[in-house]
Design a protein around this ligand. Structure first.
Ligand code: ATP
Length: 301
């Protein structure tokens, strides 16, 4: 039995890590069918395709009852608009994304899409309506074509190419000797963070979801890449309902609403200019990031 302890413990850690990450949620669900924490209600509704509004209605949530994480979180993302969430590490930003994908159910309040409580919706149609661009995309050890097509396995080659074009991957792929047949991931070509993110965007766009969750990477980027990401987010979110979990405030300046989370509570909300004028938490975060960027850009003494 003792000999089993280490591998079993390792599996437990692995399971938690996988669950934590939004990276390959769909694949994980396929693999862990039996381990779902949430189940379809009897007679669950299928969410019809089309524009979707998202509403977090006085949501309280805890992974563990002894440690509440979200308190009375209340906001709406009208169909077609973009809401960005900012806040210090651990404030609960990614938890919002996990709840919207219904990885877990809320303890108080409700999350609704077009007025339907997520708990009344069939999980299949819910997950078909949501595309995720995760923080750090894990690529499968397979071709670029496979990795993009994963967003919608029955998509045609022309549709994959259109998604790659929209994610600005076309020039990059054209220059590769094996083009879409290039193997990437573990044993193939290693892609840069920006390239991986564009693969993730192409995957999400191919799925053509009404709702897009964009979980921005935490790692520091140069300002050129940052601008490119901002443009990517805007393009990908066009015509969709988007929840952007932002780490760099400069990428979400144009969001329809910015929500500032502090220890699981919304402490400020509004548009960029209004939040700056208010001189509160957001304005402080903004100043700090500006300083950090200036320091990073300054030539070393
Ligand atoms: P970051 O900016 O660092 O990504 P975040 O604001 O996205 O942080 P969350 O990932 O939402 O933060 O985590 C919020 C809190 O919930 C943290 O204190 C974290 O430790 C806790 N937490 C996250 N996932 C779990 C889990 N599966 N079980 C227990 N606690 C968790």
């Amino acid at each position: 039995l003792i000999q089993l302890y280490v591998p079993l413990n390792f599996l437990g850690v692995l399971y938690r890590e996988i669950r934590q990450s939004l990276t390959d949620i769909e694949r994980m669900f396929a693999l862990m069918h039996q381990h779902r924490e949430v189940a379809d209600a009897p007679g669950a509704l299928a969410l019809p395709p089309g524009p979707a509004s998202v509403r977090f209605e006085h949501v309280d949530f805890a992974y563990d009852a002894k440690r509440p994480i979200l308190f009375d979180v209340d906001f709406e993302i009208p169909a077609g608009s973009t809401v960005a969430v900012v806040g210090h590490s651990g404030s609960g930003k990614s938890t919002l994304a996990r709840l919207l994908y219904r990885f877990y159910d809320v303890q108080q309040g409700a999350i609704r899409i077009n007025g339907h409580d997520l708990r009344q919706l069939g999980q299949h149609s819910l997950r078909a309506a949501i595309g995720i661009v995760p923080q750090d995309t894990v690529l499968f050890n397979d071709t670029l074509l496979y990795n993009i097509q994963y967003g919608r396995p029955n998509a045609s080659r022309a549709e994959v190419e259109a998604a790659a074009r929209a994610a600005q991957l076309e020039d990059f792929i054209r220059e590769l000797p094996d083009g879409y047949g290039t193997r990437v991931g573990e044993r193939g070509l290693k892609l840069s963070g920006g390239e991986k993110q564009r693969v993730a965007i192409a995957r999400a766009l191919l799925k053509n979801p009404a709702i897009l969750i964009f979980d921005e990477a935490t790692s520091a980027l140069d300002s050129k890449t940052e601008k490119a990401i901002q443009a990517q987010i805007e393009r990908a979110a066009e015509g969709r309902t988007a929840l952007v979990i932002a780490h760099r405030l400069s990428t979400i300046m144009d969001a329809d609403e910015i929500i500032v989370l502090e220890a699981g509570r919304i402490v400020e909300r509004g548009r960029h200019a209004a939040l700056l004028a208010r001189g509160g938490t957001y304005a402080q975060m903004w100043l700090l990031q500006q300083q950090e960027e200036e320091e990073a850009a300054a030539p070393a003494a």
